[in-house]
Design a protein around this ligand. Sequence first.
Ligand code: XMP
Length: 517
Amino acid sequence: PVLVVDFGAQYAQLIARRVREASVYSEIVPHDISAAEVAAKNPVGIVLSGGPSSVYEDGAPAFDSEIFELGVPVMGICYGFQVMARALGGEVAQTGAREYGSTDMAIGGDGGSLLAEQPSAQTVWMSHGDSVVKAPEGFEVLASTASTPVAAFANPARGLYGVQWHPEVKHTQFGQDLIENFLHDAAGIPADWNPGNVIADQVAAIRAQVGTGRVICALSGGVDSAVAGALVHEAVGDQLVCVFVDHGLLREGERRQVEEDYVKSTGVRLVTIDARERFLSALAGVSDPEQKRKIIGREFIRTFEQAQADLVAEAAADGDPIRFLVQGTLYPDVVESGGGSGTANIKSHHNVGGLPEDLQFELVEPLRALFKDEVRAIGRELGLPEEIVGRQPFPGPGLGIRIVGEVTFERLELLRQADAIVRAELTAAGLDTEIWQCPVVLLADVRSVGVQGDGRTYGHPIVLRPVSSEDAMTADWTRLPYDVLARISNRITNEVAGVNRVVLDVTSKPPGTIEWE
Ligand code: XMP
């Protein structure tokens, strides 16, 4: 692998993703990893991430400088660049020249293999208070900015490189090129990480783990569980049974997508539990968002446990118990809950719907090493329908948290209609890949006066919440074209009885969350 050393903040994940986008497998490791531990992982390259500290501060994140002696190509980024400079005999200082945001950078000379064939003047994204004021002995300075004379350096003979700016962020003009130059040219790493290889590896790993055992998989209708289920089915066929709970809070067509399209494309054995009545009656009279979430989570667990108990009993009667449970855990969840690599515990991930904690199963998690876009690529490779693979994130509690106010059957139907119109129009306008997701929210407790036909109406508003995001941690509202907004608004007010107004949410996250509840 290429190891991405995490110096804090959220840069490491982004870097790891960019490395994968260059078709090279990457893993995140903590900054206090020892040179021996690094060597044991047999890395083909190392990238040092940025971080929030100063290299000369007490308590600055430690780094074992023996790692530079392993003969593995290393690229330092921002804080990682400074760590490298200091460890190898250069100088880092607080020069008073802070740079934040887009900055003009100039390449000196030919740029070496890192900046080869790039325009000599370009815009890069900076975020630093300290600067490298002197490159270490044997290093060539590759680039500078107005206030940072040493903005990039290289020692090709030792395979050591560094840049002050952040090539991993999209605001840096030739960032991905730089990362690919480091990986493919400077470090000579082939571009051979692709969905086909991942599937072959995972199928082998699942077979080794599961043997002839039986496996259960809860499908949520979302991408992750669908791809995890398909992978496990690819590996062990009918030893797998999938369970899908219809809680009545789904969007239009979702149950059909799972019951028909998914089953047809994968051949999995599926059990659907119709729990619509159960959820609706549990939610009756409840408007508080947290209470709704708790109720939905609780009912989901109870429904799933019951289904599972039935299946387990059935399997046990055959003398062949179900021993494994599939979970669609992704790499960011693993990294964020501190699992696998010892990275700081940022938050404990809890899964869609919240599965019971005292499960008697061994987990099968075939997506643990993957990012979302990779999961999608694998789903496509496995032949899953685009409606499932390209699906935007949808919260476990479903439409239940997109009705501000009490959840009723009529309101769900109304919201389903409005949501279907929005999705259809965004797809027709070719905007699906531009937006991260677009929650459609019904303000059930708000009414406003309108005029439709000859008469006064007193209807509910529908809120559109289109957002752009890389990871849902932060988001910006998407500037949708006015004509698309106009069409959506027209269609909703004409076609959805009870709605006489469509409004647009123009709040970023923070301060707003993506969902309204
Ligand atoms: P917020 O509203 O917190 O949402 O900005 C961030 C992302 O998470 C999704 N979301 C959920 N996903 N279970 C889930 O599986 C949940 O309870 C849940 N709540 C929010 C939301 O759609 C967005 O993508």
